[in-house]
Design a protein around this ligand. Structure first.
Ligand code: UD1
Length: 423
């Protein structure tokens, strides 16, 4: 079992290149299954265990896929299988987005319920009901989903009762090769949805409206390979912003899209950080952040679907707020059990009360090093943020969870002055 050992209290200074977005790379990789002609080259794909799991899934289906130095080459011209093995499905929640492309391309798939972080019950009812509306018959037996649509997928008008990111992606991925037009209403508006549409359109799909609440997909006969670059990871960016904030450091975060981070930037500005964006809207921008100790408490932070404050940044911002003068409140609206990091932060001296959706954080003067355990990916990153500011040594167990989402985490942090090693 690997651990992170962090000696806190070092001010971080320098620059960090932000990795490609995990949550965009996974659906894009699944999307390569739809490509029947030519191969895909996807750049800026972060080297993460979730990405390697996605490549394993693709290879197991007969799509020749390889990650090398940030580029994935995937050739799915000759798919051989329609079944994703249980141990592969269990590695991550994102594995559910393989369902749509398999149905689109092969009209059949067999897989189990996905795994992922334990954030409360994570149903897939929205995915399944949309696919049924598109003509898929789904049999659920002993945790196995056996899906088929021998006559092919049919376009449909689908209204989501909640703008689920995964369901929006899965529907888009199934609809590109379906017969006729699909409309997704109350679609998720996350930037990763636009990135997926960008990739699919470059392959010859006809997707419009991605990034708005209504997405239109006109089915096409075939997709062709292309070269595409994954968007920057806004949650990794938020994590390094928190690392600068709690250490009173100064970081330049390169290869970032500041426009995707507005809700997060707003909270760090309330904490008293100075933030300056250069080239904010497009690719390749830089965000400069300078943390001013002591940080200040903020207005209530409510996690919401995009463009609201992202649930994935909740734990990370909470770690920073443990050191902010005054009381702050977080309301977690997306997942029912996303406070697994609270008890661990309390072990480090934080003053947090969490009940149901609400957590109240009273800022303390100092955190201290302790032995803590990551229970989920972003919660683990939050412990690392707290440890960077804490007095003394922190040992974080469960590093494999952090590795699911952060490329070269300790290397990037030690390059800007953190005392952090993997053991
Ligand atoms: C994606 C992200 C995850 C992020 C989340 C919300 C990936 C791989 N993961 O997860 O990091 O935290 O978006 O921004 O991109 N729900 C249902 N039924 C469904 C689907 C979802 O009730 O069929 C509920 C979920 O339980 C949850 C909420 O909808 O309460 C949001 O989930 P969703 O947007 O689907 O998140 P994911 O796609 O799983």
């Amino acid at each position: 079992m690997q651990r992170l050992i962090i000696n806190g209290g070092k001010k971080l200074c320098g620059e960090i290149r932000i990795q490609g977005a995990k949550n965009s790379a996974l659906p894009l990789l699944a999307g390569t299954l739809l490509v029947g002609k030519g191969s895909c080259e996807i750049k800026n794909v972060p080297g993460l265990s979730d990405v390697y799991s996605a490549c394993r899934i693709l290879n197991s289906l007969g799509c020749r896929c390889r990650w090398e130095k940030g580029t994935v080459r995937a050739d799915g011209t000759e798919l051989g299988g329609f079944e994703v093995r249980e141990e592969l499905m269990r590695t991550m929640r994102g594995s559910i987005v393989f369902m749509g492309p398999l149905l689109g391309r092969l009209r059949r798939c067999r897989l189990t319920f996905p795994g992922g972080c334990p954030l409360g019950s994570r149903p897939i009812d929205l995915h399944l009901s949309a696919l049924r509306k598109m003509g898929v018959s789904i049999r659920e037996e002993h945790g196995v989903l056996d899906c088929s649509c021998p006559g092919g997928l049919k376009g449909a008008d689908i209204s989501l009762s909640f703008p689920s990111v995964g369901a929006t992606e899965n529907i888009m991925l199934s609809a590109v090769l379906a017969e006729g037009e699909t409309v997704i209403r109350n679609a998720a508006r996350e930037p990763e949805i636009e990135d997926l549409a960008g990739f699919l359109n470059l392959c010859g799909a006809d997707v419009s409206g991605a990034g708005s609440g209504t997405v239109h997909i006109k089915g096409v006969k075939e997709l062709c390979g292309c070269t595409y670059e994954v968007m920057p990871d806004r949650i990794a960016a938020a994590t390094y912003m928190a690392a600068a904030a709690v250490t009173g450091g100064e970081l330049a975060l390169r290869q970032i899209r500041c426009g995707d981070l507005r809700a997060v930037i707003n909270v760090f500005e309330q904490m008293g950080c100075d933030i300056y964006c250069q080239g904010g809207e497009g690719e390749g921008g830089t965000l400069f952040i300078s943390g001013k100790k002591p940080l200040k408490a903020v207005e209530p932070v409510r996690t919401m679907p995009y463009p609201g404050f992202p649930t994935d940044a909740q734990a990370i911002v909470m770690a920073a707020l443990t050191l902010a003068e005054g009381s702050s409140m977080i309301i977690e609206n997306i997942f029912e059990n996303r406070y697994l990091h609270v008890d661990e932060l309390v072990r480090m001296g934080a003053d947090i009360r969490a009940e149901g959706k609400v957590a109240v954080i009273k800022g303390v003067k100092e955190l201290y090093g302790a032995k803590v355990r990551a229970a989920d990916l972003r919660g683990g990153a939050a412990l690392a943020v707290a440890a960077l500011a804490a007095e003394g040594t922190t040992e974080i167990e469960g590093l494999h969870l952090i590795d699911r989402g952060y490329e070269e985490f300790e290397k990037k942090l030690s390059a800007v002055g953190a005392d952090i090693v993997r053991e």
